[in-house]
Ligand binder design. Structure first.
Ligand code: GLC
Length: 733
């Protein structure tokens, strides 16, 4: 369905365009260089990325006032988790399990970016990530397709200014209704597809994913974002089953455009079209241009294949004019719906929007909900009377606290843990000593000052983890321990025998090793953004209660990776309590199960896990029936009681398993979650409705099917509930 007025304007403009002007729309340049400005004036540029604030108006005016047809540029930028006001990294936001908070964070980012003249952000990133060695797990929404779908769609709505109440408009693609609002920006769901499955967790590496697995695990979040209205999509760097994703006809033209009916446009990731030469899939730029156009990549980011070769490919007939017109149409359609033809580029600019009190509050709330309490022997929350030794290289590290992909975040705007703690207790009651200058520093020169500070204090608060530069694109790690001498620092402090709480700021799960057993409490803060310090201190002192849950499994050791909760059972699942050498022999293979001789097969912390300052008791699950028929629904209900002394937020999670199907299915899959605040001593009922959609999967023929048979269901506090007995129902045709 398309808006007749917009489509009419698109067609009218397309009819006037020369071949060179159409090709110009398909190219995105980097920055407003003088060379790019000249190209803009010649109508050879459709978009720019990474334009400096001071160049915004110049380049847009060059396009509108000095090119023959005056087609505005669409200006893009990586506004990944905030613009000037920075929210936690997306992996941290995923830990909130709160689509409303995630949407608010995207709304905030859109307002600030739009006010700086930006029209388009290269996010949400919904690559399913099961390998914490991969640096870009930080930008992901974790290991679960359902959670990533819900939260990715929330981000799209936040950027594009819609919500569940937004009225549909005849002829306007769903989710595009408010694209032309001055504080909306176009979303770009990425990196399509399978990028997070890079072999060895090494960025840009090969991916081999059967289509049924693509459709059951990696594609659902992209479809959810398209259905939420993502106006654009970014193809990725990885080769998928031997075909680079930026030249992949099956995933782009067939699934995305034909099967899903995607109406926006596809932009390649940075030079990923040209990189098909390095992949060994193309001989040269000309072939790369052909294969990318054949696949349906509408706009080329940065590399020169389209500008240099498309005209010749069209003139030779190798590339049908229809492919070029379709790409041009899609790009113009988004520009018209963004209102770029109907607004003065100067009116959008308004630097006052950034870092408002309201935005700082949104960033603070997002950080509060993102933090996950992994351990607490009762030390937390702290009381205000004690003197605190604040130790660690991330305790007062404003730039690192912002995390990866913050081109517009500023260290000077950040509230660190130190700032917030000294504000709360007064400087006299805080003994600060970093111990190390940065996270991966080796040596122990700063330890004596740290130990001296600790000896003067009643309790110790240590903030460690990863500097921002150890996280994000092209920053994969083969070892997952705390980098540098941080583990030694924690152990030296633990040796003093004083109460010790550790806060970790990191862009991924880390392997704790023995230090976790030596401390009283662990709060995982990811990279918590501009107001992360204030959020952490308020959580540590109980003004806020921890409510985050893990969106990704934490391995016991890197040798377990990839490790994720929604795994398959295998024919020889490991048994609880098994350890050491199998006692069988090849002639009598007992105890031969899928496990390790030298490590547990469970993660250190599982998906969905997170402590609060209270305790919750889940009643057994009550099913409305033990039978389901096609078209019917089933109700699953539990009562959750707050058995502790403080209010808290429970995050009940619904998991389902298809016990036996035409493909082996995971031991459990998240199919629902809720957040419910319960006062001490009170109880709350939680109900989930189950229908066929929850049971559907893609079979070997890549068809979406629902198969009759036995299903298992759990409602639990985290994925460990899958180890308990399920309730069972039958789907009968
Ligand atoms: C980068 C990233 C992509 C980003 C783009 C533009 O290489 O892969 O996520 O949006 O280039 O900066």
């Amino acid at each position: 369905m398309r808006s007749s007025s917009v489509e009419a304007r698109v067609e009218a403009l397309l009819a006037k365009m020369t071949l060179a002007e159409k090709i110009g729309q398909l190219w995105q340049g980097h920055q407003a260089t003088s060379a790019n400005l000249e190209k803009i004036r010649r109508g050879e540029v459709g978009s720019l990325l990474n334009v400096k604030a001071e160049d915004m108006l110049t380049c847009q005016r060059a396009a509108i006032e000095e090119s023959r047809l005056g087609i505005p540029l669409i200006i893009g930028r990586d506004v990944i988790h905030g613009f000037h006001t920075v929210a936690p990294i997306p992996l941290g936001q995923a830990a909130s399990f709160n689509p409303s908070t995630v949407r608010q964070g995207a709304r905030m980012a859109a307002r600030e970016a739009a006010a700086a003249g930006i029209h388009w952000t290269f996010t949400p990133m919904v690559d399913i990530a099961r390998d914490p060695r991969w640096g870009r797990i930080a930008e992901s929404l974790g290991e679960d397709p359902y959670l990533a779908s819900i939260l990715g769609a929330a981000m799209v709505r936040g950027f594009q200014g819609t919500d569940d109440a937004t009225p549909r408009r005849e002829g306007v693609p769903p989710g595009w209704e408010n694209l032309s609002e001055p504080d909306s920006i176009a979303a770009c769901v990425k990196h399509y597809v399978g990028y997070g499955a890079a072999e060895g967790g090494r960025d840009y590496n090969t991916t081999l994913i059967p289509e049924s697995e693509l459709r059951n695990v990696y594609l659902p979040p992209f479809l959810a974002c398209i259905e939420a209205g993502a106006a654009t999509l970014m193809s990725a760097f990885n080769d998928l089953n031997g075909i680079p994703t930026s030249g992949n006809v099956r995933t782009l033209r067939t699934i995305l455009k034909e099967e899903w009916g995607f109406e926006g446009f596809v932009v390649s990731d940075w030079a990923s079209i040209e990189e098909m030469i390095a992949h060994g899939y193309c001989e040269d730029h000309r072939e790369a241009a052909f294969k990318a156009m054949r696949a349906g990549v509408d706009m080329e980011m940065y590399s020169p294949c389209y500008p240099d070769h498309l005209a010749a490919l069209i003139e030779s007939g190798e590339v049908p004019l229809g492919w070029l017109d379709d790409a041009t149409r899609r790009i113009l359609r988004v520009k018209f719906h963004l209102g770029l033809f109907d607004r003065d580029p100067a009116t959008a600019i308004n630097p006052q929007v950034s870092l408002s009190e309201d935005h700082r509050r949104i960033a603070y709330q997002s950080a509060v909900e993102s933090c996950v309490l992994l351990k607490n022997d009762g030390l937390l929350p702290l009381g205000d009377r004690e003197t605190i030794a604040l130790i660690g290289p991330l305790a007062d590290a404003p730039a690192d606290q912002l995390g990866c992909w913050v081109p517009d975040g500023r260290a000077e705007d950040t509230t660190t843990v130190r700032t917030a703690l000294e504000k709360r207790l007064g400087k006299a009651k805080v003994r600060f000593a970093p111990g190390l200058d940065y996270s991966n520093q080796t040596g122990q020169d700063g330890f004596s000052a740290a130990l001296a500070a600790a000896r003067e204090a009643d309790k110790l608060l240590v903030v460690v983890g990863e500097s921002a530069w150890l996280s994000g694109e092209a920053h994969s790690r083969a070892y997952l321990e705390l980098p540098g001498s941080q583990q030694a620092l924690i152990e030296a402090l633990a040796g003093l025998g004083k109460p010790l709480a550790v806060v970790v700021m990191a862009g991924r799960p880390l392997v704790m090793n023995r230090w976790a057993a030596q401390v009283n409490a662990i709060l995982w803060a990811w990279h918590p953004g501009t107001e992360g310090g204030a959020a952490i201190v308020d959580l540590i002192y109980g003004d806020q209660s921890p409510s985050g849950r893990l969106p990704v499994s934490f391995p016991e050791t890197v040798g377990q990776v990839p490790i994720y909760y929604n795994k398959r059972n295998t024919g020889r699942p490991p048994r609880e309590g098994q350890s050491g050498l199998p006692i069988g022999t090849p002639l009598d293979p007992c105890d031969f199960t899928s496990r390790y001789l030298d490590a547990d097969f469970h993660p250190a912390y599982t998906f969905g896990y997170g402590l609060t300052y209270t305790t919750f008791v889940f009643s057994p699950v009550i099913l409305s029936s033990d039978e389901m028929k096609p078209g019917s629904t089933l109700e699953a209900r539990v009562t959750i009681t707050n058995s502790g002394k403080r209010a808290g937020i429970a995050v009940p999670q619904l998991y389902l398993r298809d016990r036996s199907a035409s493909l082996t299915r995971p031991v459990g899959e998240l199919k629902g979650f809720q957040r419910i605040e319960i006062a001490p001593g009170e109880s709350g009922d939680v109900v989930f409705e189950i229908n066929e959609d929850h049971l559907r999967f893609y079979n070997e023929e890549n068809q979406a099917v629902v198969e009759p048979g036995e299903f298992h269901l759990w409602i639990g506090a985290d994925a460990r509930c899958l180890l308990d007995s399920p309730v069972v129902f039958q789907l009968k045709f």
